[in-house]
Design a protein around this ligand. Structure first.
Ligand SMILES: *[C@@H]1O[C@H](CO)[C@@H](O)[C@H](O)[C@H]1NC(C)=O
Ligand SMILES: *[C@@H]1O[C@H](CO)[C@@H](O)[C@H](O)[C@H]1NC(C)=O
Ligand SMILES: *[C@@H]1O[C@H](CO)[C@@H](O)[C@H](O)[C@H]1NC(C)=O
Ligand SMILES: *[C@@H]1O[C@H](CO)[C@@H](O)[C@H](O)[C@H]1NC(C)=O
Ligand SMILES: *[C@@H]1O[C@H](CO)[C@@H](O)[C@H](O)[C@H]1NC(C)=O
Ligand SMILES: *[C@@H]1O[C@H](CO)[C@@H](O)[C@H](O)[C@H]1NC(C)=O
Ligand SMILES: *[C@@H]1O[C@H](CO)[C@@H](O)[C@H](O)[C@H]1NC(C)=O
Length: 780
């Protein structure tokens, strides 16, 4: 028996209302009918016939059954996607063989709004922030011959980041294809991009035929997002990554520059007649992609796609696909989401996925404003345009408004048409944020003949600065500095200023800090699994870009660029995928859980000033923001101990998780352990009533003879005991189990601090390795 999962997001409801406009039918929707794993021994034809027979049992005719079928998943995933009525779906879900039937709904991928462009003085591997140059990369042979799959918007194959110069033959383990199509032929795959496919059936079922002026009907990337994520994982080292205007030069490189890339395009431009616009990725298309990726022989899967409303795992295409991938020991890295800073905003929370949050890099694009009184105001920019080195008249936009400016325009915000060319000409104009786009404000200054542009934050926005690629010399300042500039303008008859051309500065302190937008725990599906797992760089990340997409979303932007800077958990996810690929190259026999454990237990908790990681406002951050901490790939290569878990362990976890068993070939035992007993490298206990004992098992992957001592930092209001407190190992591969007893202190039980989580840590150390796990506990 299976339940029908019907989760309608607001986005989806909105589209439903628009459906009549699109000429689609409201009653029939795409459902995914999921059976679990293929039992083996069946031919492709037999599988298709079985799927047909299920469809036929609810449809009137063979023709109807055939035409309603979108996908028959034949590799690992046993299931199909078909157009069904609610009644037909309900009938199917009542059948014994069926695990779940769930409605597909479009997912918006997690591209953050910041789209800016520059390139910078990156050193090779520098994007893997704390990684010592060369060290780990050499050991991992730069990820040589590891195959990373990207489920995204496709790829721009001409980018130098995807050059296959000097690469050996395609690995023998590769079984995929190079699917051709619009502006994409077989020569667009090479020894770097070893395969490419696209999945469009779900999209077209919903929106009708793809408008080929909006997107390429092929693996080619129109959007830029997929080119960015794939070059972040595995882009070659590109010296002098060139860009508009001859602005600073540098080397761009992916985290694992010698991995092979397999491209699965599942996200497509939404038709222009649909108001919201943007890009959409459908569950049935993603499942088909993941099913193929598993069969193609990938080692790591990077998925920078999230939903606004998470589905339970049995109704979540990424979770189901990732579980099948995990069975084949494929490591799956996913974005945590950009829906922070509110709590419980995570996507991709299944325990077989690495859920990645986003934090800042130690890099800034410094473009100070020099005032006539000699003061130097800190600003940031990636504008490639430069002023002649001299002082220019400086005005506040409200002083140079046009006489006929519309009444509803707020002074000082440089809304379109608001500035007077007579008054602004030849001046540097300070505009404030608020309404209107940042790029548009610069464009207004340019239209009015201004020579330079200062974008000032208003107090509401505070200190977070967006270095944008403005169309004239420009810099952006925080709200305190905006007030300083205003005061200076008021203090003198002839205010003057000069914008120093932007330059890239690294080793900025403090860094990293958590991004404001990064989605937060607790886990909304299974609160007894702590999520996110880890954080990695996701603010202002430089990577390759599609030449079919301008660097900003501003409609007047027609520039073509090869590299662009983006922010989001979409950018941090491929960093972790790259790190996982390097670890896989060093430890080819390790399970996906062992590699995740290594990444998590070695993660860092301090910034480059040696202080605890903070949020965007400088307040202490917690594991619901960063999970186990900021990734440190070099340390992860030698973790000492790992918390391993098998496919079976995940199924056992599901028995007691309140989520459906996803593999009918597995029978849950009569008594199964509670969800927090999954051998996970972190620990979450929600609604603790009194005392709980949780079991964990560590595997020795360090020195053959070693002794590990436990230490604990208990969450406030709880006592924690680890037993035994010392673990002795005699050989590599040896496993030792221990129990963690967590007890609410009596004074806590009487207070009403329910739903409030406290955080702590437990650590195993042998003097060389620190194997640290965060814990989050709340009271019943
Ligand atoms: C593929 O297209 C490129 C142009 O984009 C062309 O130069 C090349 O010859 C084509 N290759 C094949 C195999 O058709
Ligand atoms: C396709 O998109 C273009 C660009 O937005 C638009 O002008 C055109 O009308 C669209 N075609 C169809 C058939 O909707
Ligand atoms: C990169 O640019 C520098 C300075 O313009 C130049 O000296 C160097 O040869 C260039 N390197 C490559 C590989 O083009
Ligand atoms: C934006 O415009 C709206 C409507 O005109 C106004 O109510 C609001 O205060 C403006 N916001 C800012 C930050 O100026
Ligand atoms: C600047 O002067 C004007 C008029 O004298 C005043 O309204 C405004 O508040 C002053 N601004 C600042 C930032 O001092
Ligand atoms: C943080 O995000 C929230 C929600 O999007 C937003 O209201 C707030 O202004 C942001 N803060 C900063 C400093 O960007
Ligand atoms: C906590 O456990 C006690 C004893 O087992 C039980 O009586 C009580 O109802 C539980 N409280 C909650 C909130 O579950």
């Amino acid at each position: 028996m299976a339940t029908i999962v019907k989760e309608l997001s607001i986005f989806y409801l909105l589209l439903l209302l628009l459906l009549p406009l699109l000429g689609s039918c409201v009653e029939r929707q795409v459902y995914i009918v999921y059976f679990g794993e293929h039992s083996g021994g069946k031919t492709v034809t037999e599988i298709e016939e079985t799927h047909h027979s299920f469809l036929l049992s609810v449809k009137k005719s063979k023709e109807e059954a055939r035409s309603s079928l979108l996908y028959s998943y034949k590799n690992s995933i046993n299931g199909f996607a078909a157009v069904l009525t609610a009644e037909e779906a309900s009938k199917l879900s009542d059948m014994d063989e069926v695990v779940s039937v769930f409605q597909s709904h479009p997912r918006k991928y997690s591209l953050q709004t910041t789209r800016s462009w520059v390139f910078s003085g990156l050193e090779e591997g520098k994007q893997l922030n704390q990684m010592k140059k060369g060290d780990l990369l050499l050991k991992a042979k730069y990820g040589k011959d590891i195959i990373v799959g990207l489920v995204d918007t496709g790829v721009w194959p001409e980018s130098k980041s995807f050059s296959d110069e000097g690469l050996g033959p395609v690995p023998k383990s590769w079984k995929g294809i190079c699917q051709t199509g619009d502006a994409f032929n077989s020569s667009h795959c090479n020894k770097k991009i070893i395969g490419a496919r696209y999945y469009l059936k779900g999209y077209e079922q919903y929106y009708g035929p793809l408008n080929t002026t909006l997107d390429f009907q092929s693996p080619r990337d129109k959007n830029g997002h997929g080119t960015h994520t794939s070059s972040t994982v595995g882009g070659r080292s590109v010296p002098n990554a060139s860009a508009l205007g001859g602005f600073a030069c540098g080397t761009a490189s992916g985290g694992a520059p010698l991995v092979r890339l397999a491209i699965y395009k599942v996200c497509w431009a939404i038709p222009t007649k649909v108001k919201a616009g943007g890009t959409s990725c459908f569950t049935e298309d993603m499942l088909a992609a993941i099913d193929d990726a598993i069969a193609d022989g990938i080692d790591v899967l990077s998925i920078s796609i999230v939903t606004n409303e998470p589905d339970p795992y049995d109704g979540d295409g990424i979770a189901i696909g990732a579980l099948h991938a995990t069975k084949k020991n494929i490591i799956v890295s996913c974005s945590a989401g950009n829906n922070g800073p509110a709590p419980s905003t995570l996507s991709n929370q299944a325990p077989w996925i690495i859920t990645v949050g986003a934090s800042s890099l130690d890099r800034a694009f410094v473009a100070p404003l020099v005032l006539g009184n000699g003061a130097i105001i800190e600003g940031q920019s990636v504008s490639p345009y430069k002023l002649k080195k001299k002082m220019y008249p400086l005005v506040y936009a409200a002083q140079v408004v046009a006489p006929d400016v519309p009444k509803n325009y707020i002074a000082g915000q440089c809304l379109p048409g608001s500035l007077s060319p007579e008054k602004a000409k030849g001046k540097i104009v300070l505009c404030l944020r608020g309404n209107g786009t940042r790029i548009g404000k610069g464009e207004e200054v340019k239209r009015a003949g201004g020579v330079g542009f200062v974008l000032g934050n208003i107090p509401l926005v505070g200190a977070e600065i967006e270095p944008d690629p403005h169309l004239l010399p420009a810099t952006a300042v925080d709200s305190n500095n905006a007030i300083k500039i205003l005061n200076y303008i008021n203090s003198t008859k002839k205010p003057r200023a000069y914008i120093v051309p932007a330059r890239t500065v690294i080793h900025r302190k403090p860094a990293p800090s958590m991004a404001n937008f990064t989605s937060r725990g607790p886990n909304s599906i299974t609160p007894d699994i702590l999520k996110p797992d880890i954080t990695a760089p996701g603010l202002n990340i430089l990577a390759a870009w599609s030449e079919a997409s301008p660097p900003t979303t501003w409609e007047g932007d027609h520039r073509v660029v090869k590299y662009n800077i983006l922010s989001g958990t979409s950018m941090s996810c491929p960093h972790v995928a790259a790190a996982a690929a390097l670890l896989k190259a060093i430890h080819p026999t390790w399970s996906s859980a062992a590699i995740r454990s290594a990444l998590m237990t070695s993660a860092g908790l301090t910034n480059n000033k040696g202080k605890p990681l903070t949020d965007a406002f400088g307040n202490p951050a917690d594991p619901f923001q960063f999970g186990s901490g900021h990734f440190r790939p070099t340390k992860a290569a030698d973790p000492g101990l790992v918390y391993d878990a098998s496919y079976r362990d995940y199924l056992l976890f599901l028995c007691n998780s309140g989520v459906k068993n996803l593999d009918p070939s597995f029978k849950c035992p009569k008594v199964s352990p509670s969800a927090n007993n999954l051998n996970y490298p972190s620990l979450a206990i929600s609604k603790l009533n009194g005392t709980v004992n949780v079991k964990r098992t560590v595997t020795n992957v360090g020195g053959s003879k070693s002794v590990y001592f436990s230490s604990v930092k208990p969450p406030l209001g709880f006592s924690v005991k680890v037993s035994p407190p010392i673990l002795f190992f005699n050989h590599v591969g040896q496993k030792k189990s221990f129990t963690i007893t967590v007890k609410a202190r009596s004074e806590m039980l009487s207070t009403s601090n329910k739903d409030q989580y406290s955080f702590g840590w437990f650590t195993w150390t042998d003097g060389i390795h620190n194997v640290r796990s965060p814990m989050a506990v709340s009271l019943a």
